[in-house]
Design a protein around this ligand. Structure first.
Ligand code: DGL
Length: 270
């Protein structure tokens, strides 16, 4: 038994889609979430900057005495070196592995689409794992850099600008005959309905944050570090920009699972 909190972080608020799932699956666990709202987006930045930001985010979570760290960010998961993650004092997971495994199981025609930030697509993180899991797989990858600001600003429910960008980014991916599409950025589940309508019912959508939340619940048990409680878990939120308007955004990303105090921190000092 371990009653310390689970630490979750993202470049902004997209990681809240994973926290929403964690809250549902693990109602007795405490969660500390850090969203780097002052420096979002990470996905258009270079490798070294993303690694430095991830190191600071992780140091902050460790200062909160977390027992497990989830990078609920496709960009960090694709960039933060696994050798460094293995040296952390607590177990760490990104979101790539669980999503790649689910896509490998879902595909029948071995044609898998991957969408994400520029950094995620440039890293080939999904393609590398999928090639091991599905011999002969064909990957159709596309960076969708404008999705993150659209989502962070709430343009999610059938908005015209978002619809145009979906058509612009996803037409070639859809027309390549994929049967599975990885929503490779934790912001994208907010566009799931619009993307699903555009690519059609025959394409299975994979949500990495959700799948990683499920894998995390299993990992806590396997590692013997579950809290042992089935109710009463709390969520504390930390952000690096002013928390004004956070409650509204929190509801957008977390729905009925929203709730908990929010505090601003100076992430550069970690
Ligand atoms: N949620 C992050 C990801 O999954 C957002 C990316 C960004 O900050 O650009 O990649």
């Amino acid at each position: 038994m371990d009653t310390r909190p689970i630490g979750v972080f993202d470049s902004g608020l997209g990681g809240l889609t994973a926290v929403r799932q964690l809250r549902r699956l693990l109602p007795g666990e405490d969660i500390v979430y850090f969203g780097d709202t002052g420096r979002v987006p990470y996905g258009s930045r270079g490798h070294d900057v993303i690694v430095r930001y991830a190191q600071q985010d992780i140091r902050f979570l460790l200062s909160q005495n977390v027992k497990f760290i989830m990078a609920a960010c496709g960009t960090v998961s694709s960039t933060y070196p696994s050798a460094e993650a293995a040296q952390l004092p607590v177990p760490y997971t990104g979101v790539i592995g669980a999503a790649a495994r689910a896509a490998a199981t879902a595909t029948k025609n071995k044609r898998i689409g991957v969408i994400g930030t520029a950094a995620t697509i440039r890293s080939d993180s999904y393609a590398t794992q999928l090639k091991d899991l599905v011999p002969g797989v064909q990957i159709f990858a596309r960076a969708c850099p404008l999705f993150v600001p659209l989502v962070e600003n709430g343009y999610v429910n059938g908005d015209k600008v978002t619809q145009l960008m979906i058509e612009e980014y996803l037409t070639p991916v859809r027309d390549s005959g994929i049967d599975t599409l990885i929503l490779g950025c934790t912001h994208y589940p907010l566009l799931k309905k619009m993307i699903g309508d555009f690519v059609g019912d025959s394409v299975t959508l994979i949500d990495p944050g959700k799948l990683t939340a499920i894998a995390t619940a299993t990992a806590l048990d396997d590692l013997g570090i579950s809290s042992g409680r089935s109710t009463g878990g709390t969520t504390r939120f930390f952000v690096s920009d002013t928390p004004d308007g956070f409650a509204k955004q929190e509801r957008l990303f977390m729905g009925s699972e929203a709730g908990g105090p929010v505090e601003q921190i100076a992430i550069e000092t970690y």
